[in-house]
Design a protein around this ligand. Structure first.
Ligand SMILES: NC(=O)c1ccc[n+]([C@@H]2O[C@H](COP(=O)([O-])OP(=O)(O)OC[C@H]3O[C@@H](n4cnc5c(N)ncnc54)[C@H](OP(=O)(O)O)[C@@H]3O)[C@@H](O)[C@H]2O)c1
Length: 262
């Protein structure tokens, strides 16, 4: 159960319309939170919001592309009247999976903006209010990709590595102010986005997380920052942190080719 007195009354979930983001929302609504959900497509947003309202939550939805700088100001303006005690930066993706030399810089910049620039801006905005009140939480959804470089994911992996290191620093800065910061590191998770991308979840030995389990684990460990690795992925993190980077990168590259069709 997530303590609404410490982290409420409003939670903002970036990427709150489906999968892991919607699971966070459902669990928080069940614990008495009100929700602000942000995603691009209005239909899944409204569908999730309707379910949450049935649980008694007040819900606001904002159909925004979080790759766009103006979305930050729009969201800040639209939530100015709310006491936001919890920010969940879940929206993230390798939105431009090209080999680096063959792609446009603008495409790669979009990956950075979605996974880094926007979460930073909103963590600063909502974090200031939390620090003033002496309570709250900021959860960043990270990835095993942030522990090792991968072809076609060089920018995405680097962005996720940035997020983890940033979370550690912010955790240090806020831990004496009553504000929890957590980087929740996901392994492969059966989300609609990954299903649409055609991931092969049936590879023998692959650990596959379910959105509701992953969200539950993250919320349960909000105060166990700065980094929490979702159960079953600890060994991969340990291996990817070793020093023989070339062997590791080539091995993970082969594994990724089996997991993700080009
Ligand atoms: N699934 C995995 O295997 C996996 C593994 C490691 C890490 N992760 C991380 O986990 C998080 C969630 O991943 P997921 O996509 O699989 O799960 P998800 O939680 O099922 O869905 C992503 C959510 O983000 C929204 N979103 C995506 N791009 C957006 C944009 N540009 N602007 C606004 N909203 C956006 C989506 O709605 P719209 O599409 O309608 O915008 C959706 O609500 C990400 O940070 C990802 O990097 C996932």
């Amino acid at each position: 159960m997530t303590d609404v007195a410490k982290y409420g009354p409003w939670a903002v979930i970036l990427g709150g319309s489906e999968g892991v983001g919607a699971s966070f929302a459902h669990q928080l609504a069940g614990d008495g939170f009100n929700l602000v959900l942000v995603a691009r497509r209005p239909e899944p947003l409204e569908e999730t919001a309707a379910q949450l309202r049935k649980l008694g939550a007040q819900v606001r939805t904002h159909s925004l592309d979080l790759m766009r700088a103006e979305s930050v100001q729009t969201l800040i303006g639209a939530t100015a009247d709310l006491e936001v005690g919890l920010l969940i930066c879940n929206a993230g993706a390798n939105s431009y999976g090209k080999p680096f030399l063959d792609g446009d810089l603008a495409g790669f910049q979009g990956v950075i903006d979605l996974n880094v620039t926007t979460p930073l801006a909103l963590a600063q905005h909502y974090g200031r209010g939390m620090r003033d009140r002496g309570r709250g939480g900021i959860l960043f959804v990270g990835s095993l990709a942030g522990y090792l470089g991968s072809a076609r994911e060089s920018v995405y992996g680097a962005a996720k590595a940035f997020g983890r290191i940033f979370a550690e620093g912010l955790w240090l800065e806020l831990r004496d102010h009553g504000v929890d910061v957590l980087e929740l590191v996901l392994g492969v998770t059966r989300t609609p986005a990954m299903e649409r991308a055609g991931l092969d979840f049936d590879i023998p030995g692959l650990t596959v997380g379910e959105p509701a389990d992953v969200a539950r684990e993250g919320l349960a460990h909000l105060s166990d920052g700065p980094v929490w690795v979702v159960a079953g992925n600890e060994k991969v993190v340990e291996i990817r942190s070793r020093t023989d980077r070339a062997t590791l990168a080539v091995g993970a590259h082969e594994a990724l080719k089996r997991l993700m069709p080009e």
